[in-house]
Design a protein around this ligand. Structure first.
Ligand code: FE2
Length: 372
């Protein structure tokens, strides 16, 4: 087994060390940074803007443990950032992956059919250098490969360390567990094939519309994982139902494929969600009767049921253990991107047992929006 693992890592043409950062294009980066710091416990990390010589855009990098978000807004009319905002509203543009060799990553993926977003180039400052390259994935989303083995600065050349006095406490978020992409009708297999052939990922789970449907709506999903399992990208597409799939609602408002949710891991979901709720983050809720028979379904768990019920945290079990999870409402104006909070206690799956209750909760929100 150990030998198999070593061999498969040696053959991995795109070894990924982890998620480097996620860049979200927003209408007002300063206020978005304040939201993610105040409500979500991210810490100030780095800044670029007029003061650092960035004339046309401003970016705030914020961090909590291994999760780094970059919030970027245009400073002038026109240009690609404004067009991105106009088309999509606030949304994820770059899913940056941390690699040892950004040049090789670009060569290996473009050789296998990836469309280049930009060729490898080096940026430098007094703290060293970073090499970046980029390829297109679904919609307008880009995977940036970030090589930073010779860099000791706060974040990246071009940025200055950002050290305001205002630093709300973290809420216990650790790392990105998975990031989900929504793609259009009939496109799921195309993009799963892309992750398999271009990036060397393997499909680890597949859910069809029978697994993921309620009385009214449906979707399909496949989960793609890289070789070492650090990067997991589920891909969703809408499926036919009596009413409009939540994936179709996303596509309608995002104007195409894009990142649907970022799942962030915690070691103590009760504490994390208590904090997030106290700071104003809105979560989906399931009816109280979800908890009537949940322990019959998932068996014994370490936590008391009462606080989980009070916070609306969902529970599921697979062959390897169980997991606790909860989903926010969309965190921006359009009904597009949201977050999932997840605590894994052995389980490596994605909460299939909660899909029905969860999607009924989403349908209630769609109903309120008039988009069901
Ligand atoms: Fe998820």
């Amino acid at each position: 087994m150990e030998l198999e693992k070593i061999i498969s890592e040696a053959e991995d043409f795109l070894p990924l060390l982890g998620t480097d950062h996620v860049e979200i294009i927003v209408g007002n980066a300063k206020q978005a940074a304040y939201y993610y710091m105040s409500a979500w416990g991210f810490q100030p990390l780095a800044y670029k803007g007029l003061e650092t010589g960035s004339k046309d855009s401003v970016s705030y990098a914020i961090r909590q443990d291994k999760i780094t978000l970059v919030l970027t807004s245009p400073l002038e009319p026109g240009g690609d950032l404004n067009r991105h905002l106009n088309d999509h509203g606030d949304g994820v543009k770059n899913v940056a992956l941390w690699v040892n060799d950004a040049t090789m990553s670009w060569k290996e993926t473009t050789k296998r059919g990836a469309k280049s977003a930009f060729e490898p180039y080096t940026i430098e400052d007094d703290n060293g250098k970073v090499v970046l390259s980029g390829i297109h994935t679904y919609g307008e989303t880009i995977h940036i490969f970030v090589e930073r083995k010779d860099y000791n600065g706060a974040f990246m050349p071009g940025y200055t360390a950002w050290t305001p006095d205002y630093k709300p406490d973290p809420v216990g978020l650790k790392y990105i567990d998975h990031m989900v992409g929504n793609v259009d009708w009939g496109e799921m297999n195309t993009w799963c094939k892309f992750y398999a052939e271009v990036m060397g990922f393997a499909q680890i789970i597949s859910f069809d519309d029978k697994d993921i449907s309620t009385e009214y709506t449906a979707l399909m999903s496949k989960v793609m994982s890289n070789g070492n399992g650090r990067i997991k990208f589920p891909i969703n597409e809408p499926a036919e139902g009596r009413k409009k799939s939540q994936i179709e609602e996303y596509i309608d408002y995002y104007k195409g494929a894009g990142v649907q949710h970022i799942a962030v891991a915690t070691d103590n979901i009760i504490e994390t969600v208590t904090q997030l709720k106290a700071r104003g983050v809105d979560f989906l809720y399931v009816p109280d009767n979800y908890y009537d028979d949940v322990l019959d379904r998932v068996g014994e768990i370490d936590e008391d049921l009462e606080p989980l019920k009070k916070l609306g945290i969902l529970i599921d079990r697979d062959d390897e253990g169980y997991l606790l999870q909860l989903f926010t409402k969309p965190v921006l104006d359009r009904p597009t991107m949201f977050f999932e909070i997840i605590q894994r206690k052995g389980a490596q799956s994605f909460g299939k047992g909660n899909f029905k209750a969860l999607f009924e909760a989403i349908e209630r929100e769609q109903e309120n929006r008039g988009t069901l």
